[in-house]
Design a binder for this molecule. Structure first.
Ligand code: ADP
Ligand code: MG
Length: 649
């Protein structure tokens, strides 16, 4: 018994012992200090300045790139037209930001490192009308408190330059210096006195990516300012000043930031409404990505991450993209500074709008308009992808015919190879005859309208053939187009349907014999509850006993449909819908289900007239370049590219 107690006490002793450190009682638990001094009454004290700054630094200065962001923003606020950023060891060893802005005079230099000292606001009203990046007066003292810091400057109109230095926010020192007009800030050994922060830095490459990102992002919003980024002596970025802030002048920086791919697949947006202006680029729906990471928005030049803005963008694409796919975009929004509160969070790029609704509406409408104007454009990515595939296809030399037509439905009678393609064919005169037995193909499948007239004024060209019963091949003056007949037709039906619904006039077609569909009781209830709503969509149903409904009419637009399958799919949609949502509210989902039923399926033979009708329809239907899921409905191969494939260019 005694032994047991002693053992227990010894065990306790081994994990806990007490000690006095200064006047604080510290308990060590398994070697980790665990303060017990909260039990002792403490005096309230004002924190020393450097400590207060280090605390603020926790919010403002997360990593090297956040230092650069603050310093470049200060340079922009000072009206600089040239800004050079240099880093050593990705900014962890040293960051230098030099500008040619208005500079700081000798007597003001020490103030720049004081907490809550700013030249940018004076009174409360100013806080609601901010025209600068900075206004908190926190960045410089915070950065200085966690580094060896110096700020050298010559103010506009003065002859002398001065440098002010500090070590970890202490030991200040002011000296004369040599400097042109402007300011250079030199930050050495970031976080040297807060080792815990150092540990949180990610791999060096990641830090450098952040640095790069921050510089380009700010450069993007300030096209008239030249920027340079130097990493360990190597120039990694250089942007010369653009002449204007037009969309065209944005392109070089945009391409560096978003990639050439984005630029090739983007649509310009440019609208000035007086109280608000919006400018930038959004991706074609067929160029979509799996996250919202490629959406960059600016309010009055300030990069922001805002749910409302992203929501507006998403809404503009609502029926053009599948759930889970997102557009890429870079949008600059200008508005009265009083209409937006930027004082929401020191580090997060959040803002609050006075009239969020109107901002939402404006962005949505103007992006959608741009999309509608380009609604028959298709992203080049699929065609390029197709080209690459063609290019990498290597044929065994001897055993194959010289030309492989297998991808084109074995059309050795080459209705496809006409006009512009014919030219490509005749160049190599000594091409051996193709020893290739064409399978018998009924003649009418290859009725061809080769006359130039037929595609002269038609962007989608003239239908040439249908291949694999699934694709329409058409030719335009300078390209070949392959249309996915099901995807394209689905879009056409969808858009027509939507128009009818919005006009409140959906035509119904009565079934000769009502179709009885057996369902679970709950599904019957769900359908019958929405009987009137369904009627507005052109679907007339009636209860037929507890476990069945009868379908009396279907939307005329869909043509002859399998009413039973349509109802089963509707039931599926209803199951996924909240009870309180109206069909109108989930219009898009509902319509796409219906449109799918009315569409020409793959493997259905089409006449040339049918095909041409589809092409003409596509030219005038909004958003016909992609199906409801954001996939392209057609691809276009330019004759130039085809020639490239054959090594003619
Ligand atoms: P804020 O930008 O919020 O005012 P900062 O701590 O970033 O606070 O800067 C403090 C002040 O130092 C600024 O208000 C500005 O007057 C001055 N300043 C900082 N950087 C520069 C610069 N590059 N050129 C001219 N003045 C500067
Ligand atoms: Mg600042």
């Amino acid at each position: 018994m005694l032994n047991g107690m002693e053992g227990c006490f010894n065990k306790l002793k081994s994990i806990v012992f007490y000690g006095f450190v200064k006047e604080n009682l510290i308990c060590h638990l398994k070697d980790k200090p665990f303060p017990l001094y909260s039990f002792v009454m403490k005096k309230i004290q004002i924190l020393p300045e450097f400590l207060a700054n280090q605390i603020a630094a926790g919010e403002v200065v997360e990593r090297p790139s956040s230092v650069i962001k603050e310093l470049v923003e200060n340079a922009l606020d000072a009206g600089a037209t040239h800004i050079d950023v240099a880093v050593e060891e990705f900014g962890t060893k040293r960051i230098v930001v030099k500008d040619n802005g208005q500079g700081i005079s000798k007597d003001q230099l020490p103030l720049a490192l004081e907490r809550h000292a700013t030249s940018k606001i004076k009174e409360t009203e100013d806080l609601f009308n901010i025209h600068s990046f900075g206004f908190r007066g926190e960045a410089l003292p915070s950065i200085a408190s966690v580094s060896r810091f110096s700020i050298a400057s010559k103010a506009e109109g003065l002859d002398e330059a001065w440098v002010y230095k500090s070590e970890g926010g202490k030991n200040f020192n002011l000296e004369p210096a040599a400097h042109n007009q402007g300011t250079t800030i030199d930050v050495v050994d970031l976080f040297y006195n807060t080792p815990a922060r150092l540990k949180f830095l990610k791999a060096k490459r990641t830090e450098m990516e952040h640095v790069h990102d921050v510089v380009v992002r700010l450069a993007l919003a300030n096209p008239k300012v030249s920027f340079k980024l130097i990493s360990d002596g190597d120039e990694v970025l250089r942007f010369t000043a653009a002449e204007s802030e037009s969309l065209d002048d944005m392109l070089p920086r945009l391409s560096s930031f978003m990639g050439r791919d984005f630029v090739d697949n983007a649509i310009g947006v440019d609208l000035d409404r007086g109280d608000m202006a919006i400018k930038g680029f959004v991706s074609l729906p067929t160029y979509n990505v799996s996250t919202t990471r490629k959406q960059y928005m600016y309010i009055n030049g300030r990069p922001v991450k805002d749910k409302l803005l992203m929501g507006a963008l998403k809404n503009a694409y609502h029926d053009l993209l599948h759930t889970g796919r997102h557009p890429a975009a870079v949008l600059f929004i200008e508005m009265d500074a009083r209409a937006v509160d930027v004082n929401v969070h020191p580090a997060k790029a959040e803002v609050r709008f006075k009239d969020g609704r109107s901002v939402f509406g404006m962005i949505r409408t103007c992006v959608r308009q741009a999309l509608d104007e380009h609604s028959t454009d298709v992203s080049t990515t699929p065609s390029e992808e197709a080209l690459r595939r063609f290019e990498t296809k290597t044929l065994p030399q001897s055993s194959q015919p010289r030309f492989d037509y297998s991808g084109f439905g074995n059309s050795s009678n080459s209705a496809i190879v006409s006009s512009s393609f014919a030219q490509a064919r005749t160049v190599e005169e000594d091409t051996p005859e193709i020893s290739y037995e064409a399978p018998h193909i009924p003649q009418e499948e290859y009725e061809v309208e080769t006359s130039k007239e037929s595609f002269n004024n038609h962007p989608m060209g003239a239908a040439v053939a249908q291949v694999h019963g699934t694709y329409i091949v058409a030719q335009t003056e300078n390209s070949m187009i392959v249309v996915d007949q099901h995807a394209a037709h689905e879009r056409l039906v969808y858009e027509r349907f939507k128009k009818q619904i919005l006009n409140g006039r959906v035509e119904r077609q009565a079934l000769l014999l009502p179709e009885i569909v057996e369902l679970k009781e709950t599904d019957v209830e769900a359908l019958i509850e929405r009987e009137d709503e369904l009627l507005a969509f052109g679907l007339e149903v009636e209860q037929f006993g507890p476990q069945a409904i009868s379908v009396r009419a279907t939307p005329a637009l869909l043509g002859e449909v399998n009413a039973k399958q349509l109802v089963l799919d509707m039931v599926e949609d209803l199951r996924n819908m909240k009870k309180e949502t109206t069909l109108q509210e989930s219009l898009e989902d509902f319509l796409s289900t219906m449109a799918c039923h009315g569409s020409i399926r793959a493997n259905r033979k089409l006449s040339v007239a049918d095909m041409n009708a589809i092409l003409r329809d596509m030219e005038t239907t909004p958003n016909s370049a992609q199906c409801n899921h954001g996939r392209p409905t057609y691809i276009e191969l330019k004759t130039n590219d085809i020639e490239r494939l054959f090594g003619r260019r």
